[in-house]
Design a binder for this molecule. Structure first.
Ligand SMILES: NC(=O)c1ccc[n+]([C@@H]2O[C@H](COP(=O)([O-])OP(=O)(O)OC[C@H]3O[C@@H](n4cnc5c(N)ncnc54)[C@H](O)[C@@H]3O)[C@@H](O)[C@H]2O)c1
Length: 437
């Protein structure tokens, strides 16, 4: 059995590496030649814990990497894992996936195999039936259910635990018609993930499950962030104790209840916007989803307000940002709140210096010489008038007076409450903590 994976980003490269390390014959395809060359040499093009080791293990077995689509011709299963970014108006941009499935269709035309094509990319409900299926049928001159099988297979992995999540997913969702192709897909996943629930449904429900999942997570984050704002007005109140305690209620669950600067990353913001856009064009006013987004936007404004209240006019003020990755253990800065914050502070003419253990290179690609980059936290704090801790990198927990002493004004905004309880000789503000009078 041979498996093809189209698109070697966080989802596709994790999937190909895990499958190959389990001994499957895998061909990973990406249009980015430079990316392919890195991967062929066992180097991951982005930072993801355990990925490089799994990739190298896979390459020693039967993992092949190429930009040549002809190599998918003898595949039994084809996973589509290309990006589905957002348009400026928030709607989903399907141009990349349309191109990828179009090329798959052209290859199918000359091919005797009847592969199962699984769409892992996140797409708005109706996309697979109304857009992807017609492209595949037209280009291949074959019919779904006969010449190939088409299945929706949304992905739920999280960056920073992508390998673990790929090996041990909490659920497998398979959407599509109940054909022999679906039976074969179910067999593959049962073998790959014994004891993991497999939900078999239609395309549109599978597509909607992914949006339901991400919009619920975003709702949890905005909920706890709104409560954290209320806590800030209650002297002595602590949002962490509240989040931890309500999380013990099995009806609520403990994850995604950490107050912070708002949700960011490559999935939640774009999926929320795509769902809101989809609801609006479907004639549904997404009141709750809009409120979730509004709370998220306001969270960032609150940080800027705190900065202005302390420093006054921000022109030429030196501000340190600790962490630009959207979460720890990744170098991904796509839709990171820290990046948004820097953009807004630059508009106010502040001078920005940043530190991040993994995401410096990606951050430099955006801001180039507009901001400064520090190799060490100490350098980042030197002569600074304000530091904002944005990403919960473990090493920032160790910050103490020794490092802060290099600041010209010791004003600390801790968006992750990493320094709570420390005896610090600084003016300290933390999101979600009510200051004692
Ligand atoms: N990143 C996540 O945490 C995550 C989690 C769950 C679901 N998803 C969804 O999975 C999809 C992929 O996400 P990602 O973060 O891995 O994307 P990504 O942007 O990191 O990677 C996509 C890859 O596809 C390649 N590509 C583009 N066009 C191609 C083509 N025609 N043929 C072959 N390769 C092509 C790109 O070069 C890139 O390497 C998206 O729809 C995303 O919403 C992502």
């Amino acid at each position: 059995m041979k498996i093809g994976v189209i698109g070697l980003g966080f989802v596709g490269l994790s999937l190909s590496s895990v499958l190959a390390s389990k001994g499957y014959d895998v061909i990973g395809i990406d249009i980015d030649k430079e990316k392919c060359n890195k991967i062929i040499n066992g180097v991951s093009p982005f930072f993801e814990p355990k990925l490089e080791k799994t990739l190298q293990n896979g390459l020693k077995k039967k993992l092949k990497i190429s930009d040549n689509f002809l190599l998918i011709n003898d595949c039994d299963f084809l996973f589509v894992t290309v990006g589905t970014p957002q348009n400026p108006n928030g709607s989903i941009n399907l141009s990349i996936i349309k191109k990828a499935v179009s090329t798959i269709g052209e290859n199918l035309l000359k091919n005797k195999k009847k592969p199962i094509i699984l769409i892992k990319s996140t797409v708005i409900p109706g996309t697979i039936k109304k857009i992807i299926l017609p492209i595949l049928e037209k280009k291949s001159n074959k019919k779904d259910g006969k010449g190939f099988g088409l299945i929706s297979n949304p992905e739920f992995l999280q960056e920073s635990s992508a390998i673990k999540d790929t090996e041990f997913p909490h659920v497998v969702v398979l959407g599509g018609n109940q054909t022999t192709f679906m039976k074969k897909a179910k067999k593959l996943f049962t073998k790959l993930h014994p004891n993991v629930p497999i939900i078999i449904t239609n395309h549109q429900t599978a597509e909607m499950i992914k949006y339901a999942n991400n919009s619920f997570l975003a709702t949890k984050i905005s909920f706890i962030n709104q409560l954290s704002n209320i806590c800030q007005k209650i002297p002595g109140a602590n949002i962490d104790d509240i989040g931890k305690t309500i999380g013990l209620d099995p009806r609520i669950g403990k994850l995604f209840l950490n107050a912070g600067p708002g949700y960011g990353g490559s999935c939640l913001p774009k999926d929320m916007k795509a769902l809101i856009n989809f609801a609006n064009i479907s004639g549904i006013n997404p009141t709750l989803l809009n409120a979730v987004e509004e709370v998220n936007t306001k969270q960032l404004e609150q940080i800027i307000l705190m900065t202005k209240q302390k420093l006054g006019d921000l022109t030429a003020k030196k501000i340190t940002i600790l962490g630009t990755a959207f979460k720890p253990d990744t170098d991904d800065i796509r839709d990171s709140i820290a990046i948004e914050l820097i953009k807004k502070l630059l508009k106010k003419k502040a001078r920005i210096i940043i530190h991040d253990p993994k995401a410096m290179k990606n951050t430099k690609r955006i801001f180039e010489e507009k901001i400064s980059y520090a190799e060490t936290v100490q350098d980042a704090l030197s002569k600074s008038q304000c530091v904002i801790i944005m990403t919960q990198w473990k090493q920032y927990e160790k910050l103490n007076n020794n490092e802060f002493k290099y600041m010209t004004r010791k004003f600390v905004i801790d968006c992750r409450r990493m320094l709570v309880g420390k005896q610090l000789d600084v003016d300290y503000y933390a999101i979600g903590l009510g200051k004692e009078n």
